[in-house]
Design a protein around this ligand. Structure first.
Ligand SMILES: [Zn+2]
Ligand SMILES: [Zn+2]
Length: 269
């Protein structure tokens, strides 16, 4: 039997009031159109049908301190969101960090027993000379970078170089562009191969219109990354973006909870 996993997208935060289209697209159709963002963590469970399924969490979200500092609304902590889906973050064995931005690496403390997985290129980037540049440093919080270094020295952080299999059938892929070493995750599901793109594409509009998100280190590499992601996924609806509010609207909720949806199932809208 083919190996398949269930994938949950769990919303823990929003950025609604005042977020405008020009902040999400380098070339907007309508600069001042409202264009809110969701903040999500993802959980991959499976393989489906095995006696001892494992859970792999993608990204750790942000914490209340950084939410207040940056004016984002924390609906619930990412740990609470996972608990609402029956996943105890304290028991998570593997957490894949797509990249080190504050809204993805700010919750490492919620996972005291996990092995973290990051690309070596991302670690080099967020501790390297680009951090002397305030524009490039802005999406990082030094406390998160310190947490990653502590995890590294505690043998709780694996630094990968390119494509690596994390669990049977689940691979990470170096994409770059949005950050120095952002990675995306390829997951086999019953509906085909899904790619959890993370911030390699914030919205479906970024990858489908080939119109990059303005927080970017290397635009050409981001555009090449769109090709890598499209090549890994079984179709346009198999690409799951990092921050698109349409995710919760397009996929079926878990147990009727509208804040948690199953992206391993076909879209309902
Ligand atoms: Zn990011
Ligand atoms: Zn992000």
């Amino acid at each position: 039997m083919a190996i398949n996993y269930e994938i949950l997208a769990l919303r823990y935060g929003i950025l609604d009031g005042g977020r405008l289209q020009y902040q999400n697209y380098i070339i907007p159709d309508d600069h001042l159109a409202p264009d809110p963002l969701d903040f999500l963590v993802f959980a991959i469970r499976g393989p489906v049908g095995t006696a001892n399924p494992r859970t792999i969490v993608m990204d750790t979200g942000f914490n209340p301190v950084s939410a207040a500092r940056r004016g984002r609304e924390l609906l619930r902590t990412p740990a609470r969101a996972l608990l609402d889906a029956g996943i105890d973050p304290a028991e998570a064995k593997d957490v894949i960090l797509t990249h080190m931005h504050w809204d993805h690496a700010g919750g490492m403390e919620y996972f005291p027993n996990a092995m973290f997985h990051l690309q070596a290129a991302e670690m080099a980037y967020c501790t390297g000379p680009c951090m002397c540049e305030p524009f490039l440093k802005r999406p990082f919080d030094v406390d998160d970078v310190k947490s990653a270094i502590t995890a590294l020295y505690s043998e709780r952080l694996k630094l990968h170089e390119g494509t690596v299999e994390i669990a049977p059938g689940i691979t990470v892929h170096l994409i770059g562009g949005h950050s120095g070493g952002i990675q995306s995750i390829r997951v086999p599901t019953a509906r085909g191969t899904v790619v959890l793109a993370g911030d390699a594409t914030h919205m479906w509009g970024n990858i489908r219109q080939r119109n990059p998100f303005p927080v970017v280190v290397d635009v050409a590499r981001m555009l090449k990354g769109f090709d890598i992601i499209n090549g890994l996924a079984d179709g346009p609806d198999h690409v799951i973006p990092g921050h698109d509010p349409l995710i919760l609207k397009r996929f079926p909720p878990l147990n009727g909870n509208p804040e948690i949806v199953r992206v391993d199932l076909p879209p309902i809208a």
